[in-house]
Design a protein. Structure first.
Length: 67
């Protein structure tokens, strides 16, 4: 079974870098698409959030590691 993007991102929690801050923001966001593995769905969600930690640049870097 493949991990969802959310499950993958949560492995970065607890750190003090951009990946960890993104993971924490996703964790605290009850609307984050936790079951998704779809790039477009996740990318669109991140773009709409305009969160200072959940940025598209960090998302793209995490997606490159995930995919």
């Amino acid at each position: 079974m493949t991990k969802t993007f959310y499950q993958f991102v949560q492995t970065f929690r607890g750190g003090s870098d951009a990946f960890a801050y993104f993971a924490e923001a996703a964790f605290e966001d009850p609307s984050f698409p936790k079951q998704s593995t779809d790039f477009n769905e996740l990318s669109d969600y991140v773009e709409m959030q305009q969160d200072s930690y959940m940025t598209t640049a960090v998302f793209d870097a995490l997606w490159a590691l995930y995919a």
